[in-house]
Write a protein of this length. Structure first.
Length: 402
C-alpha cells in the first residue's frame, strides 16, 4: 500500500476510534461492573471502593504527565514504535521498563534540504507513580484494564497501558445478553439470506428431471424434424431440379415463337452462371447472332417474352449478307423461375354442418289434426279347394273412320 494511503488509513482509524469509543462505552459496556479510580496530583487515594470481581480503569492526573516533541524523517513513520524504543535513552533519561509511553504524530513538514520530516509528541508517565495503585487494585480482587490520561487543553484521551499488559475483561451479565442478542441477529440475517437460496436450489433440483425430460423430447422432435426435412428434400429433389432452371427445349421453343419468319440464326449460345458445376442445368444468359429484317424489332419481340429480360445488343448492327437484312448480336437473360405453390396433401376435412331437427311447435300455434288413414279394403278369402274364375278378354275397340 502506498505510504500516503497507509498514513490516511491510520489517521482515519484513530479518528473513528475517538468517535465510537465513547458510544461503545455508553451503550455496550456495563457500568455496574466498571469502576474508575483517580490518581490525583497528591498521589494514590487513601481508600479504594469494593473492587472484587470488577473491572477498573485508572485515571491519571495531568500533573503526572511528561511530554516532549521530537522530529524524525518521514521514512521511519511505518516503524515509528520500534524507532522510539531504540531511541528512548537518547531522548529521555528513562528506560522502557521505568515509564508508560505513548506517541502521536502532530505534524509533517519538509526541511530545507527537501527531506520530509514528522514531528512526534511523546507522552510519558512514570511507572513508580501508577504501579502502587495498580498493585492495590489487584490485591483487592479488581482487574485493571486501562490506564488513561486526559489532556485538559483539548480533551484528548490517551491510553498509556501497553498492549502486552492488557488484561482481558470479564463479561458481565448484560454483556452476555448483548452478545447473545447480537449472535441471534447475525443468525437471523444469515438465515434470511441462506434459506431462500436453499429453497430455490431445492426447487431447481426438483424441476431438473422435468427439464431433462423436456430437453430430451425437444431433441427427439428436432431429430424428427431434421429427418423430415431430409426426406422432403429427397422427395422433392426432382421437382426442385426441374423448377430451378428452364429446359433448353423451352428456351429454343420460346425463341422460335418470338423470332420473325425473316430471321435466321448463325449462332445460339447459352451460358451458365460462374461457379455452376458441370452438368448443372442452370442457364442464365442467351446470346443470339444472326440476321433479321430489323434488329430493333427482334429486341422488342424478345422483351415481350415471359421467360426473358434485360435484352441488349452486344455489338453494332451491320448490313446483312442478304438484301434488306441487318446483322445483330443480341444477349438476353432468363428470368428467375418461380417455384409453384405447395399443396397441402393432408387437408382438413370440411366441417360437417350440425343436423337440425324439426321445429318444435309453440304452445300458441294449434297443431293440425293428423289425417285418418284410409281403411284397407276388406280381404276376400278364397277357399283352398275352389279355383279362381277365368276372366275373358275385353272386345277390341272399333277404329274411328275419317
Amino acid at each position: 500500500m502506498p505510504r500516503g494511503l497507509s498514513n490516511f488509513w491510520a489517521w482515519w482509524c484513530n479518528e473513528l476510534r475517538g468517535v465510537f469509543q465513547p458510544l461503545i462505552e455508553n451503550y455496550w459496556v456495563d457500568r455496574a461492573d466498571t469502576v474508575d479510580v483517580r490518581l490525583a496530583a497528591e498521589g494514590e487515594p487513601a481508600s479504594l471502593p469494593t473492587l472484587s470481581g470488577r473491572d477498573v480503569r485508572v485515571l491519571v492526573d495531568w500533573t503526572h504527565v511528561l511530554q516532549k516533541t521530537v522530529s524524525y524523517p518521514a521514512v521511519v513513520e511505518e516503524n515509528l514504535a520500534m524507532v522510539l524504543a531504540n531511541d528512548l535513552d537518547r531522548q529521555t533519561p528513562f528506560t522502557p521498563d521505568q515509564i508508560y509511553l505513548t506517541h502521536r504524530v502532530e505534524s509533517r513538514s519538509e526541511s530545507s534540504d527537501g527531506v520530509a520530516r514528522i514531528d512526534v509528541q511523546l507522552t510519558i508517565v512514570l511507572r513508580r507513580v501508577v504501579a502502587p495503585v495498580i498493585d492495590r487494585i489487584r490485591a483487592s480482587g479488581g482487574t485493571v484494564y486501562s490506564v488513561v490520561i486526559t489532556n485538559p487543553a483539548n480533551g484528548h484521551t490517551l491510553e498509556m497501558l501497553p498492549v502486552a499488559e492488557w488484561t482481558p475483561r470479564r463479561l458481565s451479565q448484560l454483556q452476555k445478553i448483548n452478545l447473545g442478542l447480537l449472535a441471534t441477529l447475525f443468525a437471523l440475517c444469515f438465515a434470511a439470506i441462506v434459506v431462500p437460496i436453499a429453497q430455490r436450489r431445492a426447487e431447481v433440483i426438483a424441476l431438473q428431471p422435468m427439464v431433462d425430460k423436456a430437453r430430451n423430447e425437444a431433441d427427439a422432435t428436432r431429430k424428427i424434424e431434421a429427418e423430415f426435412q431430409r426426406l422432403s428434400q429427397e422427395y422433392q429433389m426432382a421437382t426442385t431440379k426441374k423448377y430451378q432452371a428452364y429446359a433448353v427445349v423451352d428456351i429454343i421453343e420460346e425463341l422460335t415463337r418470338l423470332s420473325p419468319d425473316t430471321t435466321w440464326l448463325q449462332s445460339l449460345e447459352m451460358k451458365s452462371p460462374p461457379g455452376a458445376g458441370k452438368g448443372k442445368n442452370s442457364i442464365r444468359e442467351v446470346q443470339l447472332i444472326g440476321e433479321a429484317a430489323s434488329a430493333s424489332k427482334m429486341i422488342e419481340a424478345l422483351e415481350q417474352s415471359p421467360l426473358l429480360q434485360n435484352t441488349t445488343q452486344r455489338a453494332q448492327t451491320t448490313r446483312g449478307s442478304q438484301p434488306n437484312t441487318e446483322r445483330f448480336q443480341i444477349a438476353t437473360e432468363l428470368k428467375p423461375r418461380v417455384m409453384p405453390e405447395m399443396i397441402d396433401l393432408i387437408a382438413e376435412p370440411p366441417a360437417t354442418p350440425m343436423p337440425t331437427g324439426p321445429a318444435v311447435p309453440s304452445a300458441s300455434t294449434p297443431t293440425p289434426a293428423a289425417p285418418t288413414p284410409a281403411a284397407p279394403p276388406p280381404a276376400t278369402s278364397t277357399p283352398a279347394d275352389t279355383k279362381p274364375a277365368l276372366v275373358s278378354p275385353a272386345p277390341p275397340r272399333a277404329k274411328a273412320t275419317q
